[in-house]
Design a protein around this ligand. Structure first.
Ligand SMILES: *Cc1c(COP(=O)(O)O)cnc(C)c1O
Length: 237
């Protein structure tokens, strides 16, 4: 079921890319496995998926360790390692766990959290990949830096030693239809392009993480480079 669902999501992504005149290679799929157990992740790995998103840190770390043990027990090595993205709120007292176990954090919206993640990243690991969560619609989902505060945060995070600023992440409010969803995502794309073109970064950001089960077509239409999909792969939570 999960393997078939994954294929359906990839087909949706390819169709959306073709419709938008984009290359399917330019949009990555993050499988959001929150609230599903390690067996579900293993099924997705067997279906070829390598990147997974988790919202809840303790649950995510437990799954990361379970999958590491599973991988170690496999007779054949996987063609590539699993990649774990933290996509939920990170409190100060959880930064160490995140820095020690995850590969990416997409939900950074304060400098203090980014500083702690950089300080606590173990030296034997590569830099932690960071996306800044931006709140563009001021919606009830209150996490996320405002566009007005974004440039200063981008500059500060880009200067930290043990993290690598990769891009922006947004979770827009649900939209009424395709056009409305595209308009919201286009706003995020405009902010992303504006920062990249402003010259504040030595190297441009390459990741615009937006689009979920309900709106991945609109997100891809508007320039997403990574969609985060849970329900359409693993079922409803
Ligand atoms: C749960 C979640 C998703 C996946 O949502 P679906 O609608 O199940 O695809 C994506 N991004 C974030 C930040 C989430 O919390």
């Amino acid at each position: 079921m999960i393997v078939r669902n994954l294929q359906l999501v990839r087909d949706r992504m390819t169709t959306a890319c073709v419709a938008a005149g984009r290359s399917p290679a330019d949009v990555r799929l993050l499988a959001v496995s929150k609230k599903f157990g390690p067996e579900a992740v293993i099924s997705a790995v067997e279906g070829g998926q390598r990147a997974f998103g988790e919202n809840y840190i303790a649950e995510g770390v437990e799954k990361i360790l379970a999958l590491r043990a599973w991988q170690a027990a496999q007779p054949q090595k996987l063609d590539s390692l699993l990649e774990w993205h933290c996509i939920g709120p990170v409190q100060s007292n959880k930064t160490r766990l995140v820095a020690e176990h995850f590969d990416w954090v997409q939900s950074v919206d304060r400098l203090k959290i980014a500083q702690r993640l950089s300080e606590q990243r173990p030296p034997h690991l590569p830099p932690l990949h960071i996306c800044l969560q931006v709140n563009l619609d001021g919606g009830t989902n209150k996490s996320g830096v405002t566009p007005a505060e974004l440039t200063a945060l981008v500059q500060a995070v880009a200067g930290l030693p043990h993290v690598c600023l990769r891009g922006l992440m947004t979770i827009p409010e649900p939209a009424a239809d395709f056009e409305a969803a595209c308009a919201l995502h286009a706003k995020a794309r405009a902010v992303f392009d504006q920062i990249n073109q402003s010259g504040v970064l030595a190297s441009p950001m390459d990741t615009l993480s937006m689009g979920m089960t309900a709106d991945l077509e609109a997100a891809i239409h508007s320039g997403s480079t990574m969609v985060r999909v849970g329900t359409a792969i693993f079922g409803s939570r």
